[in-house]
Design a protein around this ligand. Structure first.
Ligand code: ATP
Ligand code: MG
Length: 155
């Protein structure tokens, strides 16, 4: 197992996500997971990365109109970016709270909408930035270092 990919060229993976395209989120996560396993990255780091990609991509599929997931693998870290066009988030601090969700009854019936996605992403990320404009869309940037980082007590 390695915690640096110094001899690996940088890799960028991109996925397009359509409205209510629930399948693609799992697909993105498992494709990146496979790539990182092939590169020999530690399983616990891969798991955190897969959770971020899945939850962020699901949020685009469920809460936005359309978007992209871009995953950039560097020698020492991975960045996960989602960019979407959609309703946006009015209050990001509130949206980050465990249990807060605006998911519809229909979405909840499908087993989503527990309001846990963003807080899970936060817990799994070493660095997280979310920007959003109501009625325009949302951008999320998460970074995970391959080498264990000092963690704040709440993570
Ligand atoms: N990309 C997005 N566009 C618009 N709103 C979003 C987006 N991502 C999150 N939100 C808002 O933030 C809320 C909280 O998101 P979070 O991922 O934590 O929970 P959820 O998606 O509702 O449920 P879960 O992720 O547990 O299935 C959402 O209900 C939604 O209101
Ligand atoms: Mg979610």
């Amino acid at each position: 197992m390695v915690d640096s990919l110094a001899y690996t060229p940088q890799i960028t993976l991109e996925f397009k996500i359509g409205e209510k395209d629930f399948f693609v989120a799992g697909e993105c996560a498992s494709r990146v997971k496979k790539t990182l396993q092939q590169l020999g990255l530690k399983q616990n780091v891969i798991k955190r990365i897969a959770i971020i990609i899945y939850e962020a991509a699901m949020n685009v599929a469920i809460h936005a109109t359309s978007g992209m997931v871009t995953v950039h693998i560097e020698p020492d870290a991975i960045t996960i970016r989602t960019e979407d066009v959609g309703a946006g988030i009015e209050d990001i601090d509130l949206a980050m709270k465990e249990g807060y969700s605006t998911a519809t009854y229909e979405i909840r019936e499908m087993g989503f909408g527990a309001g846990m996605g963003l807080s899970n992403i936060k817990q799994c990320s070493d660095d997280l930035k979310i920007e959003s404009k109501v009625g325009v869309g949302t951008t999320l940037n998460a970074k995970v270092y391959f080498q264990e980082q000092p963690r704040p007590a709440d993570r």
